[in-house]
Ligand binder design. Sequence first.
Ligand code: XIL
Length: 321
Amino acid sequence: AQLHTIAKQKGKLYFGTATDNPELTDTPYTAILDDNQMFGQITAANSMKWDATEPSRGTFTFQAGDVIANLAKANGQLLRGHNCVWHNQLPSWVTAGQFSKTDLLSIVQTHCSTLVGHYKGQVSYCRSQVSWDVLNEIMNDDGTFAQDVFFDTTGTDYIATALRAARAADPNARLYMNDFNIEGPGAKSTAYQNLIRTLQSEGVPIDGIGMQSHFIVGELPPNIQQNIEAFTALGVEVAITELDVRMTLPSTPALLAQQQKDYQTVIEACNAVPKCIGVTLWDFTDKFSWVPGAFAGQGAACPWDENLQQKPAFSGIVSGF
Ligand code: XIL
C-alpha cells in the first residue's frame, strides 16, 4: 500500500512526511522517502527555521533548506514551508530587550518576506499548493498568547505583520498558523478560532490551521473531527502537519495495537472532512524520530520502526482512509 495514492483516492491533496538533511545519506531511508506514491509532500524538519535561514541579521542562508526544496521538486512532491516565526530555534541575535517594537516588526517583516519569497516558485509541481507555517506555537494551552520575544515586544502586532509579509512575498502560498493541543476542542482551540475571526475581520490573510498532532498512545483527545469542522466552518482549511503517536518504552504488542487504532482514529477524522486537506508524519521512521530526544523514555512513535519495517500503525493509516 502507498499512502499518498490512497489519500488522493479519498480526495486529499497529499500524504506526506517531514525529513531532515542529515538523514538523506541513508539510502534505505531515502528509497522510501523518494517514493512519491508513498509520500506526495515533504516538510523540512529543521532547515527552514529562523536559526538555519537568518543566522545573523540580514544574512540569509538557504543552502540546507534548498536541499529539501530541490528534493521535493526532483521527486514530484509538494513542499510545506516550516516555519517563519517561532520562539524556538531562533538565532541568538533575536533576543528580548534588544529591539524596539518598530525594529522587531521590521525584522519579522524582512524575515518572512525573504524566506517565503525565496521559495516562491521553487516547486514547479502544483506550485499553487505550497503552504507555509507562518506562525508556529504562538499560544499557550490555556489560550493566552505565548510570552515570547515577539509578543513581549510587539503585543499581537507581529502576527499580522508576518502574515501580510508572507502573502506579499508569495500570493499563491497558503498561510497557516500551526500548533499542538488544538486537535480536540478546548481553550486553546477556541482561542485560535477567535483569533481567526479577528484576523479575518481586519483583512489579515489566513488560509489554514495546522494541527501538529504529536499524540501519546491511548491519549487522543475526543472529538477530533468535530474540532476540525469547527475550524473549517470559519472558512479556513486544516492540515494534520506533524503526526506521531509516542509511547513510554519499551514498546509491547499491546501498545503497538493501541497505536494502530490511534493512527486510524486521526486519519478517519481528517478523512471525514473535505477541507482537511492532507496529513504529514513528523518523519516516518523511529530511526529518525525527534521523540526520544525530546521526551525522555519515550519513542516508537512512527509507522515504520528503526529498521524501516512497517508497524501495525501503518495498517491503521491505511484503514483510516
Ligand atoms: C523538532 C525537530 O523535529 C527536531 O529535530 C528539533 O530538534 C526540534 O524541533 N513542533 C514543531 C517542529 O513545530 O518544528 C518540531 O521539530 C517539533 C515540535
